[in-house]
Each structure stands twice: as structure tokens, then as C-alpha cells.
Design a binder for this molecule. Structure first.
Ligand code: AMP
Length: 463
């Protein structure tokens, strides 16, 4: 029913072709592939993701940031209002669709979230979550942008984001930058440089914008198509041009810094004073304007040279007007997001990949009749924190497989110990323990005495 409405059923291969047309070794069905730019994350790669997520959770807890989870789908209007109509994301990168009409006949226009801040801000204002003061939040979540896939740029990618809402002071801008910086330290990343800028306040930007439009108008002949289109809608973005022919023109344009008032300059100075006191180094990049419209005052990016053209691993800044803009009660805020794929790429580039997880014990089970006892013991051991892997019948072509083939599997699993549930041992109510990575003599333990076995497995000389 669902398919029939939207597709011609003949477009979709739902049943196997006639047996005669199917060759012996091939599946009868055409393979279905993942969507371009959307990746599967399988072991051992997924272990690296878990490792990074764990680091993030630990640091976030140390810095008193709490986890927030918002829906993957939002009303399209949230992103149009939040990110700005004339942004690449809203103009051409969102996965949007008209929902089915509900009973009243209204059909919502929905989008997969292209970034996390708008959703968090919506949730915070919808639940009046700032009623008793500022909140520090973080998320680890998939985002969707229909960009041209390339290294470091995907259509489904993942962001770790941190948002501090309800705080106006420069110390929170600094805290945010330090938080990201601390994450790089904990992960061990090297050669990540910090760039910062101040976008000032809307009135200051307005004056700068007027000067900018006048400047670019005076140089109309040097503008490319993109710049001409943005001249009156979003001239600030022209400064961000990737077109080499326009770099010089952009470099000579009026600088926003020259239009900032005393308050804005002081805010920026205070952020830098805190960073300075912690030995963090940075460069002021007056051309750092960020792709989204909602920022004011401090903006920043962490960049790595090692990733080629997609070198920005983390970006963020202050967004004091966004909450009000999407219909909430006005409150200041600051946040950042880093791209998980890009940070992982850097981790691999810098040889920081941690060892893949391996089981502590591998259960060798020569006869299927021993499975119930073997599995009961493994459950007891797992409850005590032992990582255990069972040899299963599917691991070999015939039955449980020979001793030799089971030991081969045990070795390949990386386990420290083999637990051997042989017939003789079980008849005595015991299990044999054989060291796989060191030369400790084989011993046996009573199945009923889990504590003694556990002590043996955890003994320091075995590590
Ligand atoms: P943004 O929300 O555009 O400021 O992006 C924040 C971070 O998310 C960037 O610095 C990247 O690390 C990452 N990122 C953004 N877009 C993509 C993408 N299409 N694929 C992978 N990572 C991305």
C-alpha cells in the first residue's frame, strides 16, 4: 500500500525472477545498495566510534554538560527560520518532503535535520527549559545534508555538539572553546589549530554590511555569479568565497572588526584573556564568518591541515538571537559541533587508533551436549565483568568442529584464555582453562566455583 501510492510497483523488484534465469551461485534478487554519501559503520570501525563516544561522554560529564536528544525530523520552517533562508544548507542541501495529510487535510513540510542547534533550541524553548537558569547540553547525533560526497563530506554524517543556553558572559564562549580543546587533548589529536573572530552585534553588522555592499557594488565587474546573487541577500558570505579570482577583492573589503563597538570588543578581549591564561593558542581570522546566519559576537573553528579541503573539524559560536527568532523567550547562547567522521579520519591519520576490543575468554565446546553448561558458566562470568565469546556450531561446517579448528578460532578472536568444556572435564564437574597468550600451565576449576575461576582469570600475572 505504501509503495503503491508513490512508485510504480514495476520499478521495484519484489519477487525472485523465474528459477531458470537464475545462475547457481547468484542471489535471485538484485542487490540493494546504501544511499550515496550514507555509510554503514561495521566492526572493527564501529569500535573506534564507541571509543570516541566514550571519550566525549566522559569529558562532557567532567564539564557538567548533560545529554539531549531531539527528533531527526523537524518542521522545515524551523531550519528556514533558524539557519537563514539564504544559506547553502537551506537553499539546496536539505532532505525535505511533504508529509501525508492528516485527518484535517493538513500536510506538514518536514526536513531531516541538517544540524543540531535549531532542534535543541526548539526543544529548550518548547519545554521552557531555561526557567530556572542556564543549561549546558550536548548531543551525539546523525545529520543530513545533500552535499556532493567526498572525503570528509557525507550526506549522512555525525556531529558531537555542545550548547550552553541562557549564558551571556564571555567566560562561557571561552568555556566552550576550552571544552573542545580538552576533547582534542583527551583523544590525543595533534596539530589542530584554533581560529576565532567576532561578528559583533546585529547593529554593528548592519553598518558593516552597508559598507560591504557599497564596496562590492563599486567592484561589480569582479564579482562571480554566486557573489552577485549574494550581494544584497547575504554579502557577508562573499567574504567566505572559495573562488581564487575573488580572494584579493575579499581580502581588501571593509573589516567587520573596524565596525565593532566598545562592548563587543571587550567581550572578545575577555574571551581571549581566558584562553591565554590556559596556554591555548589561536589566530584571529577576520574572514571567519561561518556558513550559518545565526551567529553573533564570538565565532570559532578548529582546523587541521591533514584533512585536505575538508579541514574544519569543529565550528561554533555565540547565537544570542536564535532562540527568540524561532519563537522562544529571548536568551543568549553559545555552541559548537564537531564532525565525528572528520575527527575519526584525523585519529587514523595520526595513528591514534586504540586496540580493537577482544574477549577475555573463548569457550571451546567439543560436543553440542556441553552447550547448556558452557553457556551457563559464560553468563555467570559476564556478570562479573568478563568478556566472553562462545564457539557456536555455525562457526564450522560440521557440528561444533574439531578441537584444532576451535582453538584456531579462539586464537583468532584475540582472547586471553580458552575455556575448554571437554567431556572428561564436565564429567568431573569442571572446566579446563588454557592460556592463549602466555605460558601458564593448563588448570581446571569446578564449574560451581565461579569465584576461584574468576580470580585465576583476573590474576595480574595473567595480564
Ligand atoms: P557546521 O554545522 O557546518 O558548522 O559543521 C560543523 C562540523 O560538522 C564541521 O566542522 C565538520 O566537521 C562537520 N560536517 C559538516 N558537514 C559535514 C558533512 N557533509 N560531512 C561530514 N562532516 C560534516
Amino acid at each position: 500500500m505504501l509503495f503503491q501510492k508513490e512508485f510504480s510497483v514495476s520499478d521495484i523488484q519484489t519477487s525472485a525472477p523465474a528459477a531458470a534465469t537464475v545462475s547457481k551461485n547468484k542471489s535471485a534478487f538484485k542487490p540493494v545498495h546504501a544511499i550515496r554519501g550514507m555509510n554503514d559503520i561495521l566492526p572493527p570501525e564501529s569500535a573506534l566510534w564507541e571509543w570516541l563516544e566514550e571519550k566525549v561522554r566522559t569529558v562532557m560529564q567532567q564539564w557538567s554538560y548533560r545529554n539531549v536528544r531531539t527528533p531527526v525530523l523537524e518542521h522545515t520552517g524551523l531550519f528556514v527560520r533558524g539557519l537563514g533562508e539564504v544559506t547553502d544548507i537551506v537553499e539546496k542541501e536539505m532532505y525535505s518532503f511533504q508529509d501525508r495529510a492528516d485527518k484535517q487535510g493538513d500536510a506538514d513540510h518536514l526536513s531531516l535535520r541538517p544540524e543540531g542547534t535549531a532542534g535543541v533550541v526548539r526543544a529548550v524553548s518548547e519545554h521552557s527549559y531555561l526557567y530556572d537558569g542556564g543549561k549546558r547540553l550536548y548531543y551525539i547525533a546523525p545529520m543530513f545534508r545533500r552535499e556532493r560526497p567526498q572525503r570528509g563530506r557525507y550526506r549522512q554524517f555525525h556531529q558531537v555538539g555542545a550548547e550552553a543556553l541562557g549564558f551571556a558572559g564571555p567566560e562561557v564562549d571561552a568555556e566552550m572553546i576550552l571544552l573542545a580543546h580538552e576533547l582534542w587533548q583527551q583523544i590525543g589529536l595533534k596539530d589542530v589549530s584554533l581560529q576565532i573572530n567576532s561578528l559583533g552585534q546585529p547593529s554593528e553588522r548592519q553598518r558593516h554590511r552597508e559598507a560591504l555592499v557599497a564596496y562590492f557594488e563599486a567592484h561589480q565587474d569582479q564579482l562571480d555569479e554566486d557573489a552577485k546573487r549574494r550581494l544584497h541577500s547575504n554579502p557577508l558570505r562573499i567574504l567566505d568565497t572559495k573562488n581564487p579570482a575573488m580572494q584579493e577583492l575579499a581580502a581588501q573589503a571593509p573589516k567587520l572588526m573596524d565596525y565593532l563597538g566598545e562592548e563587543s570588543l571587550k567581550h572578545f578581549e575577555q574571551v581571549q584573556a581566558i584562553l591565554r591564561a590556559q596556554g591555548v593558542t589561536w589566530q584571529i581570522n577576520p574572514r571567519l564568518v561561518r556558513g550559518l546566519d545565526y551567529y553573533n559576537l564570538t565565532v570559532f573553528e578548529f582546523v587541521s591541515e591533514a584533512l585536505g579541503s575538508q579541514g574544519t573539524i569543529c565550528g561554533g559560536g555565540r547565537y544570542d538571537y536564535l532562540i527568540e527568532q524561532i519563537g522562544g523567550k529571548a536568551a543568549p547562547a553559545v555552541g559548537w559541533a564537531f564532525g565525528v567522521e572528520r575527527v575519526l579520519e584525523l585519529i587514523k591519520e595520526q595513528d591514534l587508533v586504540p586496540a580493537a576490543p577482544v574477549p577475555d575468554v573463548y569457550a571451546i565446546v567439543p560436543e553440542a551436549t556441553a552447550l547448556p553448561q558452557a553457556m551457563a558458566l559464560l553468563t555467570a562470568l559476564r556478570r562479573q565483568g568478563i568478556k566472553a565469546q562462545l564457539h557456536t556450531s555455525a562457526d564450522s561446517a560440521q557440528g561444533m568442529g574439531s578441537f584444532k579448528s576451535q582453538f584456531k578460532r579462539a586464537d583468532a578472536s584475540g582472547a586471553t584464555w580458552a575455556l575448554v568444556f571437554g567431556g572428561d572435564e564436565l564429567d568431573r564437574g569442571e572446566v579446563a582453562v588454557k592460556a592463549l597468550r602466555h605460558t601458564q600451565a593448563q588448570t581446571s576449576f569446578a564449574l560451581a566455583n565461579v569465584d576461584a575461576l574468576l580470580a585465576h582469570l583476573q590474576a595480574p600475572e595473567a595480564q
